[in-house]
Design a protein around this ligand. Structure first.
Ligand SMILES: [Zn+2]
Length: 232
């Protein structure tokens, strides 16, 4: 139901965070794909919230570059261009080099145990072909950002993970996950040993492998445009 006309939205309602997190999870799980339409009316009905609140959540996603608004057509999941895709990975790579070096300096034995538990869950999800494997793999990157104990880095890593998933959805050569879990395990060992040189090198290799699994060409993006048109 819409709010009474003229009544102003006061502060942020908890349901906005719920909806925001649901949409973000759906992006990381690849349930929502680049180019997909987000219907404000249906979202408002499903979550039983005013459309004005749905709109605020969509605007928040737009500010993080994961949603775009098209005139008279509404909100869509972003479909990054080749240039955006390269820029996103370039920044994320350097960002996570910093993250992992700070994690090496600040990780406690409890942090290492949390990372190892995440690795085991990732392996298990991968072997069982569970749909949430991408989210667990992304959690590894969130966790090392938490261990770095810098909230700004944490927020930035979250934003970049989502944008990278969208890049992957458009440009991946074959469907799969962004991360190789064995590389996560090696990084955990380096963080536990407080060997930041090794951890940074591993992070660089990790991103080399991720980028190598993509076909960053305009042609690839056009192929996906055709696909989206057929399935919309
Ligand atoms: Zn990874």
């Amino acid at each position: 139901m819409d709010e009474v006309a003229g009544e102003k939205l006061r502060g942020k309602h908890p349901v906005e965070d719920v909806l925001y997190n649901r949409l973000m999870d759906a992006i990381v799980d690849k349930y929502l794909r680049p180019g997909q339409h987000l219907n404000e009316v249906k979202l408002a009905e499903k979550y039983d919230v005013p459309r004005s609140r749905v709109r605020r959540v969509l605007e928040r996603l737009r500010d993080e570059d994961v949603v775009v608004f098209e005139l008279h057509r509404g909100a869509f999941i972003s479909r990054p261009t080749v240039a955006e895709a390269k820029n996103v990975f370039q920044v994320r790579r350097h960002l996570e080099e910093l993250v992992v070096s700070l994690a090496c300096a600040r990780a406690t034995s409890k942090d290492i145990a949390i990372l190892r538990d995440n690795y085991l869950r990732e392996r298990e999800a991968f072997e069982a072909l569970r749909p949430n494997v991408n989210r667990i793999a992304a959690e590894f990157h969130f966790l090392i950002a938490k261990i770095a104990r810098n909230e700004i880095l944490e927020q930035l890593v979250g934003t970049f993970i989502r944008r990278c998933v969208l890049v992957q959805s458009v440009y991946e050569k074959k469907s799969g996950i962004l991360c190789l879990s064995e590389e996560h395990r090696e990084m955990i060992d380096a963080i536990a040993a407080k060997d930041s040189g090794a951890a940074i090198r591993m992070m660089q290799h990790h991103f080399d492998h991720i980028v190598a699994s993509l076909e960053l060409t305009k042609e690839r993006r056009l192929e996906k445009d055709v696909y989206d048109f057929l399935t919309e």
